[in-house]
Each structure stands twice: as structure tokens, then as C-alpha cells.
Ligand binder design. Sequence first.
Ligand SMILES: [Zn+2]
Length: 325
Amino acid sequence: MSEVIIGVDLGGTNVKTAVVSRDKKILAKDSRPTRAEEGPDAVMDVMEAAVRDVMRQAGVETSQVIAVGFGAPGPMNWQTGVVYSPPNLPGWKNVPLADAMRDRLGMPCYVDNDANVACYGEYWMGAGQGTESMAVFTLGTGVGGGMIIFGRLLRGIDGTAAELGHMTVQRDGRRCGCGARGCLEAYASVTGMVRTAVEGLEAGKESALRDMCGGDLAKLTGKMISDAARAGDAFAKYVFEETATWLGLGIATIVNIQNPEMVVLCGGMIAAGEMLFDPVRRVVRENAFEVPAKRCRIVPAGLGEDSGVLGCAGCALARHEEQSA
Ligand SMILES: [Zn+2]
């Protein structure tokens, strides 16, 4: 009887679930709406049903499941599995997610933050397979981060380490969602890129972007900017280059501090391909020390949208093995 691990990626919009074998084969997958607006109990109902459905799909029994790993938005305590109060999960306040799901499912349950599981997914099954030292930047509404050192997630004493999006890159810079100023996230996230574009357009820059958003700058999206840049719009190209430069500065700092074998970029923005990666690699070469800059490969995610859910499974397996060792 073969053993499996189950990953559950709890997002504000969708719950993604996967059954993975010990030798890293995906046996079943599921995605369904989170029903976040109905509060924690409804969301846990959704996750419980999803886990039972993927088990049925994969034809596995409870006794074959080594562990179930959950990836949830922070802040949280990864050791106790208590989720404090994530902004995109209304009504959640100190929810003992690991205990509650263990009671429901009767299987060992582990909870980790969503950026760390995405990082672990890329390390375990994605672009970073075979490395021992790597970092992941997830580019979305914010900039998520994770770091693997000696084959393990860098946790920090309070479990808050590797918040790569919140390294300060500009004194007295833009206000960040975390309350501080000048964080990388305020410049290199999709939201930051849109903000760079809006600031330029408000200052009178000419660009096809004005027509693309119907004259309403509040409707401008990251995709419009990359589409316009790809079509040759000079201002959109500048915005992309600017965003990539901020990101490159952040990565150069990590390259100097960590000396990683690889930096993996995740999120919708990586679809821009060389338009993003070329300037990022150039800025890292120009700003990091030569030896670690040469060593470090900067690559797109290998698992696409699945880094999180597969990382949930991988992380739970690693934690379960550590605990039983
Ligand atoms: Zn911040």
C-alpha cells in the first residue's frame, strides 16, 4: 500500500488540493471556491470536502495518508498551526487551523504560510529541485518570499523570516501595505508596477495605456502594461524596465546575503519572459558581488500555479518526518 501526502492551498478566492505520492507523482487535483465571506467554519467545510474528494479520486484510504499540509495566508504560528487574522479571510481570528482540521480528518495536519509553501514547492518538485540553497519571490498583489538554506525553509526565531517583499529599497519611499515606507513590494509587485504607470500617466506621459483603460487610470492592470510593452509602447516598456530594476535590486541584496544557487520568480508577471528576466539579470550582475551573481541562476517557476499546493504536501512530509525522527 503506497503512502501519500495531501496539500491544501487556502487562498482568499480558491482552495486548491492535491494528492501526491512519496515519489512526487500527482495522483489527483481539485480547485473550488473558498467561500471566504462565510467565515472560518464554512471554509473548513470546503477544505474537508475537498480533501475527501481528492482522496476518492486518487483511490486512497485514510491509513495511506502520511500527513495533510495546509498553506494559509499569514500572520500565523506555523508550529501551533494557529492562523491569526489574515486580511483576505474575513472573520478569522486566532483560528486553530491545524487542530481543527486534524479533528475533522483524523490525520496529522500541518499549517504553513503561503509564501513559504510556494518556495518549498519549487524546491521539492519545481525549478529548484536538486538545489540546497535558493530563494523565491512571488510577484502578485504583493511580493511574497521564501528561502531554503541547507535544504530547509529559513524560519527565524518567530517564524517570520524571509519576508523578501519587505526589504527596504528606498528611504522615505512609497507607503507599503505593511505600514512601512520604501519596501520592495511597493515597487516590484504588480500593484507597484501599476502605481508606477499611473504616476507617469498623471504626470502627462503619452502612452497607449490611456486608451487601453478607457481613460480611467483606476482600471489599469498589470496585464495591460505588459501587453502594451510587448506591442512596443515606449512608456509601458519604461514601466516594465523600472519594475524589473527595483526587483533586480532586491534580488541583488539576497544574492549578496545568501549566496543562493537559484532565485525563482513566481506569479503572473513571469509570463512577460525575457522582458522581465533580462533587465532583472542585468541589474543583479551590476549590483551584486561577482562570484555569487555568476553562481545564481534567476529562473521562472517550474510549477506555475501549483507551487503552493504541491509545496503544502512537500512541507507537510518534511515536517512529519522531522517530527517522527
Ligand atoms: Zn512592507
